[in-house]
Design a protein around this ligand. Sequence first.
Ligand SMILES: NC(=O)c1ccc[n+]([C@@H]2O[C@H](COP(=O)([O-])OP(=O)(O)OC[C@H]3O[C@@H](n4cnc5c(N)ncnc54)[C@H](OP(=O)(O)O)[C@@H]3O)[C@@H](O)[C@H]2O)c1
Length: 253
Amino acid sequence: MINYGFDAELLSSKTVVITGAGRGIGLEVAKAAFGCGANVIAHSGRVGTAQKLSGITSSVAEADLSQDAGQQKFIEFVKSNTSKVDVLINNAGTMMGRFPADEITDDQYSQLIALNQTSVVKITSALIPLLRAANGASIVNTVSISAITGGSPGSSIYSASKAFVSTYTKALARELAPDKIRANAVSPGTIATDFHKRYSSQEKLEKTRTSVPLQRLGAPEDCSSAYIFFASEKLSGYITGQILEVNGGQLIC
Ligand SMILES: NC(=O)c1ccc[n+]([C@@H]2O[C@H](COP(=O)([O-])OP(=O)(O)OC[C@H]3O[C@@H](n4cnc5c(N)ncnc54)[C@H](OP(=O)(O)O)[C@@H]3O)[C@@H](O)[C@H]2O)c1
């Protein structure tokens, strides 16, 4: 377990709900939250990664969040496991492929929106009563550097869906502030996870690496501390409606 230098009690008595925690950034965030004393309720992924969370939580569900049935399944799972949510981390997402703008099919478009956009809205809406019940809660969404830059060829709808979540986060921050619910987002740059094994060539990644001022690609561990920061009332209690770019300086504006 990585020691982030955070207090092991930082999130004690807090219930943290996280999606897409079976690998990559989400897995690292789940580990970090557990290391800070949180009770973690996780969605691991579609199928086959739940065991990676053993030792961190036994409250783990698998569900395809691009499907209405999967979204409902996870919402019911959370409701049956807790009466309050202190921290909701909407992290599950992916590009699903590189789809040229003149070739993308209706099905590809709908699935991308359903996963990256609709699932975030549905899970958040359904869990607002449990977030209110925490009496001081935090929503942390995962967006992307591509929400600002537009991404690279074949990622137009993915990038636009992350821009939607970015704006949605800001809107939630204003609307839910009276309920003592903060809303922020972490925006990863190029982070070395399975995501890029699927969608980026080694050559493209190396070109990106040399363009990053810090001269390296990010690791999931580079992102997880940003999530813990937003999760903690103690560390970020006066911060809401913000998007934190974690990209080694890849985007400075
Ligand atoms: N890596 C980057 O450079 C980068 C940059 C910007 C933003 N992001 C965002 O960061 C988040 C985490 O990505 P990552 O890099 O950690 O990628 P990853 O290792 O591929 O993990 C993605 C997670 O999302 C889940 N997921 C994907 N499709 C799903 C579906 N249809 N239903 C339910 N769960 C699904 C995956 O589950 P399965 O195991 O079932 O696939 C997995 O748990 C994503 O929202 C991604 O868009 C990543």
